[in-house]
Design a protein around this ligand. Structure first.
Ligand code: SF4
Length: 789
């Protein structure tokens, strides 16, 4: 599709966000235009990872379309994918390194000056205050090679565990859920399960707006089998996703743990369980390895307090609807796929909620087989690849290894070529703790890459001031609320201006090749990290990263992953280039023979055999592929939850149904602050709007933030559409124009966070007790009061 589509046409196409989101924008193969070369790439927005084809002429991108060969999006893209070319050409693109001047303002400097200043200041702080006085804060939008290089620089060359990223704020609760349940991270299933299932249980996710091309597959499945397929959406808001539901469970904010235990109660009481699969699970109280193991009968007893009729009032959903949802979920002989994202993860009880969804699948045996999966959706295009898998958090090492594990540490030190004593042996603190140490001045220098914490951290003002006072380096593509606090700004290349690998929701890795040069002096983050590492290593008298190209870094990372559950050894550059839609790990084989068409999968089954690429885990052991015949015969030992935690010897090779008493979020409404504030995204804007607000068409649709107010509340508050409403929490206040809509519910308002001129995160809660068990902030429930401004 040419990017010359007029604004009028575009906005017309954008009218009715839900409908468009579901349909996607079809993109017929381009007529080969003279002088245009076409290259395969991946959309750099949501965690779906749609495959796209970019047309380039004279060093500029001139067209974009969905890749018809892609098994993910089949030639379509959503509005954000359609807008990809425009994100490169905002007028205020950062093109030169800049350093803050003593009297205020920034001065452009050469790369050498900027890199020397960054390396020199980091080393100076390391010498004067210790290695833990410096830190890295990365992103789920960094390529894996960038994240790997940063990991090696900070944990290897410098030797500090002060390395975190915004995925901590996005999906660490999901990681906690998988680890607590299966002993290993990431989903078992694949996107193809969406085409084969009979029940979608979507909770805490507005897929029609935030994962539109996956939601399109859901609607297609529903349309193909309208009587058989059920869509259940549980969400306090009547979102565009909920409009497609057979059943919308509009629960009262904060009460979904009650809802999920009630569904489990129905499944157990009405014998919708899979008796054979119950042999593959144990029941354990609480989270972690220390809770008491109990029997199925004791679990059944525990659930009695959550019978739908007992909790319906609390949850705000009729008992009959809870029963219907549970019965559809547990239908014998039918598949069920659960899908969720930030509505679960960004919650005080985020890890528990994740576990509860897994519980429902373990009880009913709806996992690891076609059409059934407990699938956490990822928000960002490389939160899985660059952070979860690569090890971009304080407690991790590459390829699902743990920093605190001596064996893991020794293996990585050997691959990296550093003495093992040079690596830190314990984590320092998760993201919010790291920023608290920036406020407390224990951290003196921080490098922030491809993310905008100046706009997105909860209780934001508190941390933004600390960024200004520290030595803060920011690598980004446009000015943001974080670059305005920076000491040094490094202009970055983005998307197809550089090469890098990204990993998405269903254990899928894709390669984004470089197709264009970056403007001005902007350079890839990978190059920036390598150059700083050379200087830091030289000053500290240590070995540098040992690689200078993205391919070299990827090959070293593949080696780190070899033999791990996340085995990417077989995902060579050549093999990644072959696949539209990438490779799903475990992928131990580098064998390329009989590869068939380089453009398209042969049959799925054949592709698995040829490429060693694994669509589903937890069947017949490690990397042995799913075998329908064996599943039908139900051969004992068929399911091996191989990621068990050795500390939980009693649960060896078994998954854990977590026995979890329901609780609500940290800051629930009270007499002083009687409303709930819920924050999130809109279809058209990506995160803090850094790039999408540079796309005139997207900015025209949503130029500024607003507050969704329920019609009854609007009447009570005396406000109408367009009026200003003051929203005040215990941490700050803001006034926004009102949108009266049935999307909201009484007692709750919703505000999107894309607007840099309306910092809603000044209000959100950062109390350490409000974080999930995985350290993730609660952006979905905090208490506010409202009045007409
Ligand atoms: Fe990009 Fe996500 Fe839209 Fe696909 S669904 S085009 S990955 S934003």
């Amino acid at each position: 599709m040419s990017i010359d589509l007029s604004r009028r046409e575009f906005i017309k196409a954008s009218a009715g966000a839900a409908a468009l989101a579901v349909a996607g924008l079809p993109a017929p193969a381009p007529a080969a235009e003279p002088g245009v070369t076409y290259g395969r790439s991946q959309c750099r927005f949501c965690g779906t990872g749609c495959t796209v084809v970019a047309g380039v002429r004279n060093g500029r991108i001139v067209s974009i379309q969905g890749d018809a060969d892609s098994p993910i999006n089949e030639g379509r893209v959503c509005i954000k994918g359609f807008s990809l070319p425009h994100i490169l050409y905002g007028k205020d693109r950062l093109t030169r390194p800049m350093v803050r001047q003593a009297g205020g303002g920034f001065k452009a400097v050469s790369w050498n000056e900027a890199l020397d200043l960054v390396a020199g200041t980091f080393v100076d702080n390391i010498r004067r205050h210790g290695k833990d006085s410096v830190a890295w804060y990365g992103s789920g939008q960094n390529a894996t090679e960038e994240a790997y290089a940063a990991n090696k620089l900070f944990k290897g060359v410098i030797g500090t565990a002060n390395l975190e990223g915004n995925p901590r704020l996005c999906m660490s609760s999901a990681v906690g859920g998988y680890l607590n349940t299966f002993g290993t991270d990431e989903p078992a299933g694949t996107y193809d399960d969406l085409d084969e299932t009979d029940c979608f249980f979507i909770i805490g996710a507005n897929m029609a707006e935030q994962h539109p091309m996956l939601f399109r597959r859901i609607v297609n499945r529903k349309n193909a089998r309208p009587d058989r397929v059920k869509i259940v959406v549980a969400d306090p808001r009547f979102t565009p996703t909920a409009r497609y539901a057979d059943l919308h469970l509009k629960f009262i904010p904060g009460h979904d743990m009650y809802l999920l235990n009630a569904m489990a109660q129905v499944i157990v009481e009405e014998e919708l369980t899979d008796p054979e699969h119950l042999g593959y699970v144990v029941f354990q109280k609480g989270l972690g390895g220390k809770g008491e193991l109990i029997s199925f009968l004791a679990f059944r007893e525990f659930l009695r307090a959550y019978a739908p009729e007992k909790v319906a009032g609390l949850v705000g959903v009729p008992a009959g609807d809870i029963r219907t949802a549970a019965r559809w979920f547990g239908r014998k002989g039918h598949g069920t796929v659960s899908l969720w994202t930030m509505g679960y993860n960004q919650r005080t009880q985020g890890v528990e909620l994740n576990c509860q969804s897994h519980n429902l699948h373990l009880l009913t045996g709806k996992i690891g087989r076609p059409g059934s999966d407990s699938m956490s959706l990822t928000g960002q295009p490389n939160a899985c690849g660059g952070t979860r898998e690569q090890g971009g958090l304080t407690h991790l090492l590459p390829a699902h290894r743990l920093l605190a594990d001596p064996k893991d540490r020794a293996e990585i030190a050997k691959i990296w070529g550093y003495p093992v004593e040079q690596l830190p042996d314990k984590p320092t603190g998760a993201a919010m703790n790291m920023f608290a140490r920036l406020v407390g001045k224990q951290i003196k220098a921080i490098w922030i890459s491809t993310t905008n914490p100046g706009q997105t951290l909860p209780n934001g003002d508190f941390y933004r001031n600390a960024m200004r006072e520290a030595f803060t380096v920011v690598s980004d593509v446009y000015p943001t609320r974080t670059t305005e606090q920076a000491t040094v700004i490094l202009p970055s290349a983005m998307w197809i201006e550089k090469e890098g690998t990204m990993g998405q929701t269903d254990r899928r890795s894709q390669l984004i090749p470089k197709l264009l040069d970056a403007p001005g002096e902007a350079r890839p983050d990978f190059w920036q990290i390598v150059e700083v590492a050379k200087r830091v290593a030289s000053k500290l008298g240590r070995k540098d990263l040992g690689f200078t190209t993205e391919t070299q870094a990827w090959d070293e990372y593949r080696l780190c992953s070899r033999g791990q559950d996340i085995d990417l050894w077989g995902a060579t550059r050549e093999k990644l280039r072959m696949h539209a839609g990438g490779i799903q790990w475990p992928c131990p084989s580098t064998d390329l023979e009989n590869r068939g068409s380089a453009k398209r999968f042969i049959s799925k089954r054949r592709a698995e055999q040829v490429f060693g690429h694994t669509e589903r885990r937890y069947k017949t052991g490690y990397v042995t592929l799913y075998d329908q015949h064996m599943a039908e015969k139900k051969i004992p030992g068929d399911i091996n939850y191989y990621g068990h935690d050795p500390a939980r010897a009693a649960s060896k090779d078994k998954a854990v149904v977590r026995v979890l008493p329901a609780r609500t979020d940290f800051e629930m409404p009270d007499a002083d602050y009687p409303y709930v504030l819920n924050t999130g995204r809109v279809l058209e804007h990506w995160h803090s709007g850094t790039v999408t607000m540079r796309v005139p068409m997207l900015r025209a649709i949503h130029p500024s933030a607003y507050v969704e107010v329920d019609p009854d509340d609007a009447r009570k508050l005396g406000v109408r559409n367009g009026d200003k409403l003051q929203i005040e929490s215990r941490r700050g206040k803001i006034a926004l124009r009102v949108w009266v809509t049935d999307r909201a519910q009484p007692g709750m308002v919703f505000v999107p966070f894309f607007d840099e001129n309306a910092l809603i995160n000044v209000l959100t809660v950062d109390d350490p007790k409000s974080l999930s068990a995985a350290g993730q902030p609660d952006y979905k429930v905090c208490a506010v009061r409202l009045k007409k401004a």
